[in-house]
Design a protein around this ligand. Structure first.
Ligand SMILES: Cc1cc2nc3c(=O)[nH]c(=O)nc-3n(C[C@H](O)[C@H](O)[C@H](O)COP(=O)(O)OP(=O)(O)OC[C@H]3O[C@@H](n4cnc5c(N)ncnc54)[C@H](O)[C@@H]3O)c2cc1C
Length: 408
């Protein structure tokens, strides 16, 4: 019988617990220092996009969407998934070529996408002034969900499969013997276990340090704002991505949710992130009003809207744009499930499957490519790793030729 401890209770930890329990793993406990979904996952915008630059990433997103479409039917717990479709809008000629490449990759993965005529774009997005749109790529099966609902659904469904939860419990140490994990220590007690899954989000580097491992999990600030009601907006509208403006947008009820990727991001030094440290950040209204000003070129009403609130946090990034998933070589039972590069809610279902696959004897080459092995032993330096991870954030919507398409 495998006893495992999953740290911790965000989208990834709960998805992993749900998936491993479904695969027959027993005696799983999720150990969470706060409340479930109380950290990064609860701040996410909940956008779920399947159009990606590589086939593997499309497939991961597609399998996640398949889960969100059936999770309520299968478990009885809703993720508040809305399959509104999404529209990706190009306002520059260079971007159109990128969309064509994205569409080809999507189709190679079996994902339905289509370029919209101006008339169809106006019909699907009546709340936008689409005069500047040079191309619009439509993915009818995309959508968005409520991250808190998704985490709650995973957790309840996992509980039904026998998983237990220890909230308000911080993992403070790991017991290791003869190259293997033998237990965890928390601020409440010590527990024997032969597997620890490190799904600690922006704290995953600190948890890895408890195991004596240096892994470049870099927290980078991200934020968006939500407005009050705006005429013409409703929850059934498609989600929008406007890479030339570095923005994503969707309706939140009758209001607008608008977030973006800053050209000059704010990262934390992973070496300074301590176990149990609060990673609070205030909204940066200069940045957020910049998002609003940019989006006003397509939706002038946004600048008049009352901003209701701002969500923010420190999603974890890796220096090479790839997730860090799988067993840590040389330390039996210590498994990474992190560095989600801001896909940790949308991709949680697929990522949990990757974690499961990584524990099997013969994972696919793609899953192997996510292994923490590539960073161990440490030959890289912390400052460069932090800088590269920040670049991953900053170039999220940059045109492909300026960066590797691998794993975007
Ligand atoms: C503003 C914003 C918008 C975003 N929008 C999207 C989006 O639209 N779509 C998308 O896919 N992603 C989005 N993201 C990214 C997404 O939120 C993350 O990728 C995802 O939440 C990562 O999940 P996680 O479970 O790895 O991390 P977390 O949700 O941070 O969970 C990690 C958990 O580990 C716990 N923990 C840490 N250390 C310990 C310890 N020592 N002991 C016990 N527990 C511990 C923490 O308390 C936390 O609950 C967004 C992020 C932000 C900030």
């Amino acid at each position: 019988m495998l006893r495992s401890r999953s740290s911790a209770g965000g989208a990834i930890g709960c998805a992993v617990a749900y998936v491993l329990a479904g695969a027959g793993y027993r005696d799983i406990q999720v150990v969470e220092q706060g409340e479930l979904a109380g950290a990064t996952s609860g701040q996410a915008a909940g956008l779920v996009g399947q159009v990606r630059a590589t086939r593997e990433r499309c497939l991961l997103a597609m399998s996640s969407v398949a889960t969100y479409s059936r999770i309520e039917r299968e478990t009885g717990y809703p993720a508040d998934w809305r399959q509104t479709g999404s529209v990706r809008i190009a306002t520059r000629a260079e971007r159109v070529a990128e969309f064509e490449a994205l569409a080809a990759t999507a189709r190679s993965a079996g994902l339905e996408v289509e370029f919209l005529s101006p008339a169809r774009l106006a019909e699907l997005c009546p709340m936008l002034d689409t005069a500047s749109a040079m191309a619009a790529l439509w993915c009818p099966t995309d959508g968005y969900l409520q991250p808190n609902s998704l985490v709650t659904a995973y957790a309840r469904a996992a509980r039904d499969r026998g998983v237990t939860f220890a909230t308000h419990t911080t993992v403070t140490g790991l017991s290791l013997a003869r190259g293997a994990v033998t237990g965890i220590r928390t601020d409440r007690r010590a527990v024997a276990t032969d597997m620890v899954i490190n799904a600690a989000g922006p704290w995953a580097g600190a948890v890895a340090r408890l195991a004596g491992q240096d892994l470049p999990v870099v927290p980078v600030r991200h934020e968006y704002f939500v407005t009050g009601a705006v005429a013409g907006w409703n929850p059934g509208l498609p989600a929008l991505r406007i890479p030339d403006l570095r923005l994503y947008v969707r309706a939140e009820g009758p209001g607008i949710l608008c977030g973006g990727w800053e050209p000059d991001g704010l990262s934390l030094d992973p070496r300074q992130v301590a176990i149990g440290q609060e990673l609070a950040v205030s909204p940066d209204w200069d940045v957020l009003s910049g998002f609003a000003a940019d989006f006003a070129s397509l939706a002038p009403a946004v600048t008049q809207a009352e901003v209701r609130t701002a969500f923010r946090g420190f999603p974890a990034f890796s220096p090479d744009r790839r997730f860090i998933v799988g067993p840590v070589p040389g330390l039996r039972g210590f498994v990474m499930a992190g560095a989600c590069n801001a896909h940790g809610v949308s991709g949680s279902a697929g990522l949990a499957q990757h974690v499961l696959e990584s524990l099997q004897p013969d994972p696919s080459p793609y899953v192997q490519s996510l292994s923490p092995r590539r960073f161990l032993p440490r030959t890289w330096d912390w400052d460069s790793a932090r800088d590269q991870a920040k670049q991953v954030y900053q170039s999220y919507y940059s045109l492909a030729p300026r960066r590797s398409a691998r794993d975007r």
